[in-house]
Design a protein around this ligand. Sequence first.
Ligand code: SAM
Ligand code: SF4
Length: 365
Amino acid sequence: MAPRRVGLGMPKPRRADPLGPEPAAPDRPDTPALVDRFARTATDLRLSLTDVCNLRCTYCMPEAGLTFLRRTQMLTTEEAVRLVRIGVERLGIRKVRLTGGEPLTRPDLEEIISGIAALTPRPEISVTTNAIGLDQRAARLAAAGLDRINVSLDSVVEETFERITRRPMLHRVLAGIDAAREAGLTPVKINAVLLPGLNEPEVADLLAWCLERDLQLRVIEQMPLDADGVWDREGMVTAARTRELIGRRFDLSPAPVARDGAPAELFDAVDRRGEVPRGRVGIIASVTEPFCADCRRTRLTAEGRVRTCLFSHEETDLMGLLRGGADDERIAERWRAAQWGKAAGHGIGAASFAPPERPMSAIGG
Ligand code: SAM
Ligand code: SF4
């Protein structure tokens, strides 16, 4: 895949006139819910709060050269909470995950969470974070109403961590994980992306490390969302390979739980060495075993645009409506119209597949 230029060619929001007429969607059933043409209903919202980050994970951001949003382009505290409120009250959103970029770089994260926690019905609130600075904020985030946390951690070996994230900050992540456990933000899930020749050989040890600490490891297949455009289907570590690598130390059996639209396939893991407690591991096969047919997600970028899929080439602007004085129902209608147009799947395997114009950090993972 040819390297992509970043910071350029951002997707255009679908409509130029923020208060212009809505396009006709003649086949859409008359329901307030976020339905699409493939009979899926979105109940989970991923809200990106920023495109800024203090790490530079190779599979997500380039070393340098990104242009970032200006503060005035990003949703304010009130705008973020208002969009979630519209999602919850009018569109049936029941789970909200705050992400980025790095959501902990937002000083108002606690305020946003407490605004969301005050909604009726109260949605489940989680955050995906790299945990830098979490040691200082975990207790406050829990007090604000945060229910759970996912921490991205690809390696507990300092050298590997630094090669992947391009920053020597493993100790800060580990301090953040400890604080999250102490604050009761459980179950703490650990997200790991495996990279060939880097952390791939460490995956069984990483699982052992997690099980010793009652952390739930989720191994995610690398998707073609890296800003450097070096993702390669042949070279990526597949879910099948992950199972094989973990299987060298652990006996894996499918966990007896309904998947219920969750991206992770869960396995019970038993250490044949008997050194760590038995537990669960999730494997997210986004590329090789896609779960698009069961997708329940809708996404908002940090500048208030609906993205119906990570791999969308279209975005629908809600910021213009927010700042143009539109009422809640008008905003909800535009969001519904956007969701109706959600594609059947990401099509990574198709010959016509083209990765999105933005890296993961700017979309909101
Ligand atoms: N900065 C936070 C973090 O790292 O958790 C939140 C944003 S990050 C984009 C969200 C998740 O996306 C992380 O778990 C990260 O590992 C994952 N991610 C980023 N780029 C990815 C890629 N190309 N393929 C698969 N997962 C990716
Ligand atoms: Fe930052 Fe998260 Fe992307 Fe890593 S994965 S560069 S921590 S946004």
